[in-house]
Design a binder for this molecule. Structure first.
Ligand SMILES: [Zn+2]
Length: 181
C-alpha cells in the first residue's frame, strides 16, 4: 500500500479558490488518470475515473475501496481508495508563485497513478466575490468574463503531479522524497 497525493497548480487571473464543484472532497467529483502496474510497469491506455461516491466492497478483506482494476498485460489486480480530508482550494497567490496545493490522497495497492487529466466540474470565485460553477478545464485552460467586476477571468498553465506521502497515526502527511534515475 502506497499513498499518493495529487497536487495541482495553475495561473489564476482575477480568480481564486479553484476547487471541485461541490467543494473539497466533493463526493461526485471525478478524478481521471492513468494507472501504471507495479508488477509489470504497463501504463493503462485509457484514463481511469474514480470518485468518493463509488464504493466497492472487498468480500474477503472486509474493507472498502473506490476502484478495482486488472492490468491488461499481466492480469494482476490492483485497487485505489480515496482518502479525503487533505485537499485545499488553490488560491490566486499560490498560482502566482507556482505553489502546488493538495487536491486528494489515493491509497494504491499494486498500482501507481500517473498523468492526471483535468476535466469538468470545477468552481472558483472571482476576486470581487462572484462564484463561477461548471468550470471546464478539459482543454487545459478556461476563460470567461465577470460582468459585475467587468474584468476577464482565466485559468492558465494547469499542472498536476502525484507525490508519494506517508500518513502517520495522527493523520499528518509527510512527503517521501524519492531518488530519481
Ligand atoms: Zn501488469
Amino acid at each position: 500500500m502506497v499513498n499518493f497525493m495529487l497536487t495541482i497548480t495553475a495561473k489564476l487571473v482575477n480568480l481564486t479558490n479553484l476547487q471541485p464543484q461541490g467543494g473539497i472532497d466533493d463526493p461526485n467529483f471525478s478524478y481521471y488518470f492513468k494507472m501504471k502496474c507495479n508488477h509489470c510497469g504497463e501504463i493503462s491506455k485509457k484514463a481511469t475515473c474514480v470518485n468518493l461516491d463509488e464504493i466497492i466492497l472487498f468480500p474477503t478483506r472486509r474493507s472498502f475501496t473506490n476502484l478495482v482494476q486488472t492490468c491488461k498485460l499481466c492480469e494482476r489486480v490492483g485497487s485505489v481508495k480515496l482518502i479525503p480530508g487533505y485537499g485545499r482550494p488553490l488560491s490566486i497567490e499560490c498560482g502566482q508563485y507556482e505553489i502546488y496545493k493538495p487536491l486528494m490522497v489515493f491509497d494504491c495497492k499494486g498500482l501507481e497513478p500517473v498523468d492526471f487529466i483535468f476535466g469538468n466540474g470545477w468552481r472558483a470565485d472571482s476576486t470581487d466575490g462572484t462564484k463561477f460553477y461548471w468550470i471546464d478545464l478539459t482543454r487545459g485552460e478556461y476563460s470567461d468574463y465577470d460582468k459585475d467586476g467587468q474584468f476577464p477571468i482565466k485559468v492558465l498553465n494547469l499542472r498536476a503531479k502525484f507525490d508519494v506521502v506517508n500518513i502517520d497515526i495522527l493523520g499528518r502527511i509527510r512527503f517521501v522524497v524519492e531518488c530519481e534515475g
